[in-house]
Design a protein around this ligand. Structure first.
Ligand SMILES: [Fe+2]
Length: 442
């Protein structure tokens, strides 16, 4: 293909992806009723109105300012909506709804910056030689940043009462046989983490640098730990057995009176769960969503561990009797809905094992989709790490020994971030993520 044809294809593809990402966040905000925009569903985070401005201001600050050098038209908003909050350490925010601009002002700011950006993007593709040398990477970063917020905002909206939301459509009913979670052997073999430094594919700075490790033989649970299994842990006193928790995890549990997963609550003698659009009895066949601290305590209760990042890779992408590695657990084909619960197809989890076509070559189910997978690996750079010049803090701010790697993806993870090298991370006491887990034995 000639250079011109490649440029036309790239332009078309980028514009389609940006339009899709914008419609994803637009549709998400449309789920909320008007009065919910000034709520703060999670105490450690900003009010919703911040994120309405933030997903746009991020694009504006990165592309409009840094890449295109456009003139600012509302600098106070550029700054107000620039940064989110990482809930490690600091105190809780105390701002009030009246401290934020009116919804109509934020909508107007968003509309104007989108149209200015679209004009500048068009122009840059017409004269690529005069554009910023990293423009394609910056566009990819902007698109993925927005899609990541489409996921973390879903966790946030999940905490709002159903009256604050408009249910878009009925959730799918799943016809899935009840599965038995058992250990399957994963033979020793290679696991390749990361993305080659010279690869033309987009990847965040923490993905760059390819490392192949030899993973010794181990055994892994072939399904996620279900609500049913986790309920047994709870009924056997898991939350009150000090021996199952690290000192820091126990202190967190005590301080916050954590007695069950954040997605559960008790109504008399009945266990219930918070859904996105209403509550229901606890669905026992679904993966349990818990913090890293709770997942680790459960694993200790069984005398098991959470997998390392390398073990996740080996079980997900390795092939028995071979050194070959796949792009996805199901093979090298692009993500499709039959392979797993991801890419915004559903608001809620599906039963464990409902996507057998997506199982890995070792027969491990739901490794990608239906909930991120906690690992016991502390988030750290691959060798030769270099921060992205236009977003130096994206990963480096979290190399503090206080965040754990999650792999895989949830029902609200965009298809592009299901790639093998993608790494997510959270601190161990943040309980609102669509994060599932399974255990290993070594
Ligand atoms: Fe952000």
């Amino acid at each position: 293909m000639g250079a011109l044809a490649t440029a036309v294809r790239t332009r078309h593809e980028i514009q389609l992806r940006l339009a899709h990402a914008r419609s994803t966040t637009d549709e998400l905000f449309q789920v909320l009723r008007d009065d919910a925009f000034y709520e703060r569903p999670i105490a450690e985070r900003h009010r919703v109105i911040f994120y309405l401005g933030h997903v746009e201001a991020f694009d504006w600050n990165l592309l409009g300012q840094r890449a295109f050098g456009l003139k600012r038209f509302q600098p106070t908003f550029d700054q107000l909506f620039a940064f989110g909050i990482d809930p490690v350490g600091g105190g809780l925010p105390t701002d009030q709804p009246k401290d934020w601009p009116a919804r109509a002002e934020v909508d107007a700011y968003n509309r104007r910056l989108r149209s200015e950006l679209d004009w500048a993007i068009d122009k840059t593709f017409e004269q690529p030689s005069q554009g910023h040398p990293h423009i394609l990477t910056m566009l990819d970063a902007a698109i993925e940043h927005r899609l990541m917020h489409a996921e973390t905002l879903a966790y946030m909206f999940h905490r709002l009462p159903a009256e604050n939301k408009k249910a878009p459509r009925a959730e799918q009913r799943w016809m899935a046989p009840q599965v038995r979670n058992r250990l399957v052997g994963i033979e020793a073999g290679p696991a390749t983490l990361g993305l080659a430094r010279e690869s033309k594919e987009f990847g965040w700075d923490n993905e760059r640098g390819m490392v192949t490790v030899d993973v010794p033989e181990f055994a892994m649970e072939n399904h996620n730990v279900s609500n049913r299994q986790f309920l047994l842990f709870l009924q056997h006193g898991g939350y009150h057995n000090r021996a199952l928790w690290t000192a820091a995890d126990w202190a967190w549990r005590e301080e916050n009176a954590v007695e069950h997963p954040a997605f559960w609550y008790r109504d008399g003698n009945i266990w219930m769960q918070h859904g996105m659009f209403g509550d229901s009895r606890l669905q026992l066949d679904r993966p349990v969503y818990v913090s890293h601290a709770e997942a680790s305590a459960y694993a200790r209760w069984l005398g098991r561990k959470l997998p390392s990042e390398e073990q996740f890779h080996r079980a997900a992408y390795g092939v028995p009797g071979s050194d070959a590695q796949r792009a996805y657990p199901w093979g090298d084909g692009e993500p499709e809905s039959r392979f797993g619960n991801f890419a915004f197809a559903h608001w809620e989890s599906s039963p464990c094992g409902a996507h057998p076509a997506g199982a890995s070559a070792f027969g491990v189910h739901d490794l990608v989709g239906n909930g991120w997978e906690w690992t016991r690996t502390i988030f750290a750079p691959h060798p030769g790490f270099a921060p992205m010049p236009f977003y130096p803090g994206y990963s480096a701010n979290f190399f503090d020994g206080k965040h754990y790697v999650m792999k895989g993806g949830s029902p609200r993870t965009a298809a592009c971030m299901l790639r093998r090298s993608f790494r997510n991370w959270f601190q161990p006491h943040y309980p609102y993520v669509y994060a599932a887990f399974r255990c290993v034995e070594e």
